[in-house]
Design a protein around this ligand. Structure first.
Ligand code: GLP
Length: 242
């Protein structure tokens, strides 16, 4: 695992955006695995600015997202599809038909998850997967548990994740209780992984991810077994790692 320590959120966003930009430049037909959450917002802003300056071309890029709430429509402003449109897809020249987010409107969980997994296979796999991290060490919506789940699946969100995500909703009762998420295997099959984290509230999770035992109780700890992981995190998030 390569760890890049930055002084703050702005530098984290610029460094991580630089890594994704290099991927787009070196392989213009890359498959980018994307993530939502407040952590990558600055990074997407940086990519949009690079595109505006004529430095990036997304016309041959495909994207696949990590996860989506179950039972939510794409035009709901809390859906991850909506987030991606707002923060990246509407700002760059990516073709809409080349962007894939699990279908939260599909009530049949098996069908929705198999379809997402099939898209990734058809595209030939993910070149680089961007990840944030939950306070409890979750990646995508792979919550702490007894096993690493391989493929895209439906999960029940933990109370702590529902509480953490309630800040985006009118009230905690409006936070969906389930989500479709890439599995740990789906994530681990990506050729490269880029994990971003900022703030003191991520310090414990990041410490357990990089320095603790590999265990499904800390889903991100599995990344220790991946051959090409870059962590870009600010000093606060890395405060427990010497
Ligand atoms: C959600 C997402 C994760 C994300 C996590 C952290 O639960 N499913 O993919 O990494 O939140 O979000 P934030 O970046 O807002 O802290």
């Amino acid at each position: 695992m390569k760890i890049i320590r930055t002084k703050d959120y702005g530098e984290m966003s610029r460094r991580a955006a630089g890594i994704l930009a290099a991927q787009v430049i070196l392989k213009p037909d890359s498959v980018l695995g994307l993530a939502t959450g407040s952590t990558p917002e600055g990074l997407y802003r940086e990519l949009a600015e690079m595109y505006e300056r004529g430095e990036l071309d997304f016309s041959d890029i495909h994207t696949v997202n990590l996860d989506e709430y179950r039972g939510i429509s794409p035009d709901n402003d809390q859906s991850y599809r909506f987030f991606m449109q707002k923060h990246l897809f509407s700002k760059v020249n990516i073709r809409p038909e080349c962007t894939f987010v699990p279908n939260g409107e599909e009530a049949d969980a098996e069908k929705a998850c198999a379809a997402h997994e099939a898209v990734i296979k058809k595209l030939g796999g993910i070149d680089i997967q961007l990840l944030g991290i939950g306070n409890n060490g979750h990646i995508g919506f792979n919550e702490p548990g007894n096993e690493f789940v391989n493929e895209t699946h439906c999960v029940a969100l933990t109370e702590s994740t529902i509480a953490a995500n309630a800040r985006f909703f009118a009230s905690v009762s409006e936070v969906p209780k389930e989500a479709y998420t890439m599995g740990i295997g789906t994530i681990m099959r990506a050729k490269k992984i880029l994990l971003v984290a900022n703030g003191e509230q991520k310090a414990e999770a990041l410490y357990r991810t990089c320095c603790g035992p590999v265990t499904p109780e800390v889903p991100a700890s599995v990344l220790q077994l991946h051959p090409d992981v870059t962590v870009v995190a600010d000093e606060a998030a890395l405060s427990k790692i010497g």
